[in-house]
Design a protein around this ligand. Structure first.
Ligand SMILES: NC(=O)c1ccc[n+]([C@@H]2O[C@H](COP(=O)([O-])OP(=O)(O)OC[C@H]3O[C@@H](n4cnc5c(N)ncnc54)[C@H](O)[C@@H]3O)[C@@H](O)[C@H]2O)c1
Length: 244
């Protein structure tokens, strides 16, 4: 007789940031498909998100007071998370000598400090229930650096450091912390790029295409599930071999 499905997330609550579209929405769909009760958190909610995750809330992850308030309200409503996907992210591209201090700090505030804010609230809630899985969406550009993205690369590299330190701190409470590093993914974020930059990513990929949001969500699902029960502190690339 087959055993229990290791991807079954029935009864688990998952918080996903940046959930209204793109990779975040794909993560919401993948987790919900496997039984999780998903709370999407985004600046602005979308009908697509609310169709799968009606408990979703508006939230700016860069605002620590708002994050604390929403986290407390969700916990009060019985929606403390066992799964947290820190996916919200923005770009403000430009060579570093042309970046304004605001373009620098806004990217750090959302892409790195936003993840810290969510983990600051979620990890104690996970501790209380004795288990948890945090998945941080970084980028291959946090590992290799990218021309015109010093702010973004720094934030994503910082997120890798945060992932590893948090994995060390939270492991003894049964909480795993990992990161997924996509290459280029076909979303609105990538649509903003010039066609030649997108073509370069296709050419770099040994599989000959850029990722779909679902490719990244599948890896997030794996890391959130008990299939990854002994994996923590890791960065898994989902980039079709774009950065080997
Ligand atoms: N698309 C790519 O090529 C690519 C590659 C590597 C990594 N990533 C990362 O994947 C994540 C998702 O990217 P995407 O391509 O789906 O982006 P996207 O721009 O399509 O979606 C990002 C979502 O985050 C939300 N968001 C932005 N700022 C927020 C804030 N302060 N608080 C709450 N929500 C906020 C947006 O409203 C949006 O719904 C990002 O962290 C991004 O850096 C993307």
């Amino acid at each position: 007789m087959p055993g229990p499905d290791p991807l079954d997330l029935t009864g688990r609550v998952a918080w996903v940031t940046g959930a209204a579209r793109g990779i975040g929405l794909a993560c919401v769909r993948a987790l919900a498909l496997h039984g999780a009760r998903v709370v999407g958190l985004d600046l602005k909610l979308s009908p697509e998100l609310l169709a799968v995750a009606p408990d979703s809330r508006e939230l700016n992850v860069a605002d620590p007071a708002a994050v604390a308030q929403v986290a407390a309200a969700l916990a009060e409503a019985g929606l403390a998370p066992e799964i947290l996907v820190n996916n919200a992210g923005i770009t403000r591209d430009g060579v570093l000598w042309k970046l304004s201090p605001q373009e620098w700090s806004s990217v750090l505030d959302v892409n790195l400090t936003g993840a810290f804010h969510l983990m600051h609230e979620a990890v104690p809630l996970m501790r209380a229930c004795g288990r948890g899985s945090v998945v941080n969406i970084t980028s291959i550009n946090g590992e290799r650096g990218k021309f015109g993205q010093s702010n973004y690369s720094a934030a994503k590299a910082g997120l890798i450091g945060l992932t590893k330190a948090a994995a060390r701190e939270a492991g003894r409470f049964g909480i795993r912390v990992n990161a997924v590093a996509p290459g280029m993914v076909e979303t609105e974020m990538a649509e903003k790029l010039p066609p030649e930059v997108k073509q370069r990513a296709v050419d770099e990929s040994v599989l000959g295409r850029i990722a779909q949001p679902g490719d990244v969500a599948n890896c997030v699902l794996f890391l959130a599930s008990s299939l990854a029960a002994h994996i923590t502190g890791q960065v898994i690339r989902v980039d079709g071999g774009q950065y080997i």
